[in-house]
Design a protein around this ligand. Structure first.
Ligand SMILES: [Cu+2]
Length: 297
């Protein structure tokens, strides 16, 4: 009796666990994967309960049976469990295929980003990440990528070939995103994020000594905020470029000045020498003037 009660408690617990509302879904990918998981779970729970119930029933019913007799051939029973299994497998297969074939889960080769979509090249290297915004001409590091919500975002995932990078993996569990980052290969994965927030990303391959540093954070914001961010980044880039240009010009100017000074100094020295040579014959007043000149320069 005690055992039946504990079994009942266990079943009730499983049921409660199963009907517990799932956390709000963060992206289309997350929703597709989460929904499939729920569908399969709801199919699996009754089957599990049925099998366990039959098992427990048999154990109790025949617990004092000292001379068990195996069941003889029972065609009806065999057909039943074969057909039932086939139906269950067919259901699992169809439900999974629908999700696996979705363009948000498996990228289709003819699926190219449209004009309103965001395309980001994700480059993994030993050991870190770079995010290049294809159309916005922005490039940021692991802590900085920002994406808009309710917009299709394409991640073109690769690894740095020039750097002889190892194989890495682009993985954002809370968005349901995972894609291999292989050197010299490009693999696309796309998403559409529902909720604003910060999403932690990882390298999903055990790539090497720097693996534990390969974190990144994707920040999802609404479209207006995203546009502001893009402009800010572009302005910063522009400033940087301008600053670099200015610096280069300054350097060039300085070099020129230095060269001019040197030349002048050399000329002066020569003139001084000449004058000195001449001064031996000249009046002492000239020498004084020369001394002042060279002192100024
Ligand atoms: Cu890695």
């Amino acid at each position: 009796m005690k055992r039946t009660r504990s079994v009942l408690v266990l079943c009730a617990g499983l049921f409660l666990f199963a009907v517990e509302p799932a956390a709000a879904q963060n992206s289309i990918n997350d929703q597709l994967i989460g929904d499939l998981n729920n569908v399969l779970l709801y199919a699996a729970i009754p089957i599990t309960l049925l099998v366990q119930a039959i098992l427990i029933y048999a154990v109790f019913k025949f617990r004092n049976n000292d001379e068990p007799r195996p069941t003889q051939e029972n065609r009806r029973l065999e057909i039943t469990w074969t057909v039932a299994t086939a139906i269950v497998l067919l259901f699992v297969g169809l439900a999974s295929y629908q999700v696996m074939a979705d363009p948000f889960i498996t990228h289709q080769y003819d699926d190219e980003p449209g004009p309103d979509d965001v395309e980001i090249e994700v480059v993994a290297f030993n050991y870190g990440w770079e995010f290049n915004y294809e159309n916005e001409d922005i490039s940021v590091g692991a802590e900085e990528p920002v994406i808009p919500t309710d917009t299709e975002v394409y991640f073109d995932v690769t690894a740095d070939e020039e750097q002889n990078s190892y194989i890495h993996g682009f993985h954002v569990p809370d968005l349901g995103l995972k894609q291999d980052a292989n050197p010299g290969q490009h693999h696309m994965v796309k998403t559409e994020v529902y909720n604003e927030g910060e999403y932690q990303g990882y390298c999903s391959k055990y790539c090497g000594v720097g693996h534990s540093n390969m974190y990144f954070t994707i920040t999802a914001v609404d479209d207006g905020e995203y546009q502001d961010w893009v402009e800010e980044q572009q302005a910063e880039n522009g400033d940087e470029e301008a600053a670099e240009e200015e610096e280069m010009m300054d350097e060039a100017a300085e070099e020129e000045e230095a060269a001019a000074e040197e030349e002048e100094a050399a000329e002066d020295a020569q003139a001084a020498e000449e004058e000195e040579a001449a001064g031996e014959e000249d009046e002492p007043g000239d020498e004084g003037e020369d001394g002042e000149d060279t002192g100024d320069e």
